[in-house]
Design a protein around this ligand. Structure first.
Ligand code: AHR
Length: 635
């Protein structure tokens, strides 16, 4: 995870050289007693939160290359992201036909009506992908489509990947003649020695007149761990670099939908893609539901992390709610079925369904979250809705911990999900929020949080706010058991972003981490297992710190955040253990708080590794605008 670009080393040297006496902050005194543990660090402290927003799955993590593959996105302007591409004298039209489809879930399709075409005048229809289609040399792309013709063997079909700029066919496959009943056709497109680029499209062409209905046109590059219907490797690897412990799935507004029938209805997201009807997400675009419940769970499996399962709780974003009592019962039963799908063995009804879909082994599960941000529900129904879910889930699964998304008056939830979206300065003032909080109340899950500065991904100033807040969460990790930043992803193309300030950005070909991403990776990699006693004086209001020890590794992690423009000297006095005379330091720093990483300059701000002299007492100067992790080794 640690990179050493020369620019970052120059910056570190420059920031240290800037330490002219007049510009230096007053020296802070930090004292740490390593033999006085206060409490364990929550082992699940840092995780991930996910929802379909900013083209997180479609056009993001989910590796599908064809956009609007089932044609739900159509209207006055025609079939979005599809265009006619008739060559020479070929003539054809495309239109959405609501009466012809390959399944009950997909009752409509694209009618490709070819009035004139032959081998030298090919009729064609092309898909532009998610802001292009990224192609690599010597790579096999696996595709499939459903087709039906108006007469048997009438229309021979060819699929190709074509360069937008040169019209060169970079890979081609023939899929023969479509039959007069709906059938699935699989194909492979293999590129040769091409230059990597994203300015490509998928072309389906035919050299014969006739009517053809097409649906679920799909194309995948090689995926992470070669999963069918899988994820982009680059984005999975970025997430692995954060050392997360869990995935809150699916969180946010996406769980709720704008209306109840637009909720994340998990039963419609499992099984063959042709049986998934797709649904509108509250972020105003159609979700393909290719990333369904089982794909979420496989994502956790691939990262070796746990799911935190969020179940729909009877409230939709625009204010509709299901009254607690008998009307809510089907939704509670749906949640019980969902838990069984995740955890049940193959002898259970939903465990058997999961096994039939290719995953006989159950997934681990400790936490179930009831709803999302139900403090928005002005009907006052949440407490009773939560209680109904709680009672039913605990009766069947007594070991599960049930997370509430709003404070309750009449009962104590196992865990309360608090969300914080703030500017950096607000986080600097907020770092003591949990220091004196009631330790007899519910445990806290900070299920969404972020310093909101910078777009589409956050800048160094945001990373400083994040790091300050993470020091506070570590200090209070006897109470805060889990935390997940949001939103996790953004497609940086124009039109890809619905929410500013995101952790990881990408386009069709490349992805990168924001400075906030690297701050989290540093904290996640150096979590520790225990918080020792410590205190600081003369710290000012721009210096934040956290100390944790890893009792297994014999290391102490000192995290320091200097959010000021001045170098910050710290005199450290450490008792209770003998330390090695040198320590490794990871520094994430920049010249201004506006400095950031982008899709074209992705590694401008990354951690830089160095070392310092340490011992029972040492003085250390933190560069301006810097986050540092000092790894002290016990002798
Ligand atoms: O993370 C973006 C949104 O912020 C989430 O969908 C919602 O839970 C919160 O209000």
């Amino acid at each position: 995870m640690i990179l050493k670009p020369s620019r970052a080393l120059q910056l570190l040297a420059a920031s240290l050289a800037l330490a002219a006496p007049a510009a230096v902050a007053q020296t802070a005194q930090l004292s740490i007693q390593l033999d006085k543990p206060l409490h364990p660090v929550s082992p699940m402290l840092y995780g991930l939160m996910t929802e379909e927003i900013n083209y997180s799955y479609d056009g993001g993590l989910y590796a599908e290359m064809v956009r609007n593959r089932t044609f739900q996105d159509h209207g006055f302007g025609g079939l979005s992201h599809w265009n006619l591409d008739n060559k020479g004298d070929a003539r054809s039209t495309i239109v959405f036909d609501a009466t012809e489809g390959p399944s009950a879930a997909l009752p409509g399709s694209m009618l490709f009506d070819i009035t004139s075409a032959d081998a030298s005048n090919l009729a064609g229809v092309r898909n532009e992908g998610y802001w292009g289609m990224a192609l690599q040399p010597d790579t096999t792309y696996k595709g499939s489509l459903y087709a039906k013709a108006d007469a048997d063997n009438s229309v021979p079909l060819t699929v190709s990947l074509v360069s937008d700029n040169t019209r060169a066919a970079l890979a081609t496959a023939s899929i023969g003649n479509a039959s007069s009943t709906w059938k699935r056709y699989d194909f492979s497109l293999k590129t040769g020695k091409i230059s990597p680029s994203s300015t490509n499209h998928l072309l389906i062409s035919a050299g014969h007149s006739g009517k053809l209905w097409l649906d679920l046109i799909s194309l995948f590059p090689p995926t992470y761990k070669n999963r069918e219907n899988g994820n982009r490797s680059d984005i999975m690897e970025l997430m692995a670099g954060m050392r997360p412990k869990f995935l809150r799935l699916p969180g946010g507004n996406y769980l709720e939908g704008d209306f109840i029938d637009e909720r994340f209805d998990w039963k419609t997201t499992i099984g063959p893609l042709v049986d998934r009807p797709t649904h509108r997400s509250p972020w105003n675009y159609q979700s393909s539901d290719g990333m369904g419940l089982l794909e979420f769970l496989e994502w956790t499996e691939d990262l070796k992390i746990e799911p935190v399962l969020a179940v729909f709780a009877g409230y939709a974003l625009k204010g509709d709610h299901i009254h607690p009592g008998p009307a809510l019962t089907p939704y509670v039963e749906d949640a019980l079925d969902e838990i069984e799908f995740v955890t049940g063995d193959t002898g259970t009804k939903w465990g058997a369904v999961r096994a039939k879909l290719g995953h006989p082994a159950p997934f681990p599960l400790q936490y179930v979250e009831v709803g999302n941000e139900d403090w928005f529900d002005k009907s006052g129904s949440y407490e009773s809705r939560y209680a109904q879910f709680y009672k039913a889930i605990k009766a069947k699964y007594p070991k599960l911990e049930i997370i509430s998304t709003a404070p309750l008056k009449r009962m104590k939830p196992d865990v309360l999900d608090d969300h914080y979206y703030k500017r950096a300065d607000d986080f600097f003032r907020f770092v003591h929020h949990y220091d004196d909080a009631d330790r007899n109340g519910p445990k806290i899950f900070v299920g969404e949080w972020a310093t909101r500065e910078g777009a589409p991904t956050t800048n160094l100033g945001a990373a400083l706010g994040d790091a300050a807040w993470m020091t506070a969460m570590e200090r209070n990790s006897d109470l805060i058991i889990m935390a997940s930043y949001a939103p996790l992803f953004v497609n940086v193309n124009t039109g890809g972003m619905q929410w500013e300030s995101n952790l990881i950005g990408y386009n069709a070909a490349h992805s990168y981490g924001s400075p906030s991403y690297y701050a989290q990776s540093l904290f996640g990699e150096h979590l520790g297992t225990s918080v020792p006693s410590s205190s600081i004086t003369n710290a000012g209001d721009r210096l934040f710190y956290s100390v944790t020890t890893d009792t297994v590794k014999g290391t102490t992690y000192l995290k320091l955040v200097n959010a000021s423009s001045k170098p910050q000297p710290v005199e450290a006095a450490i008792t209770g253990a003998t330390l090695s005379s040198t320590a490794t330091v990871y520094t994430l720093a920049g010249y201004t708080t506006a400095e950031t990483n982008t899709i074209t300059d992705p590694k401008r701000i990354v951690p830089v590794k160095s070392s310092i002299k340490t011992g029972a007492q040492f003085t250390h100067s933190i560069p301006p605008y810097a986050i540092q992790v000092i790894v002290l080794v016990t002798k």
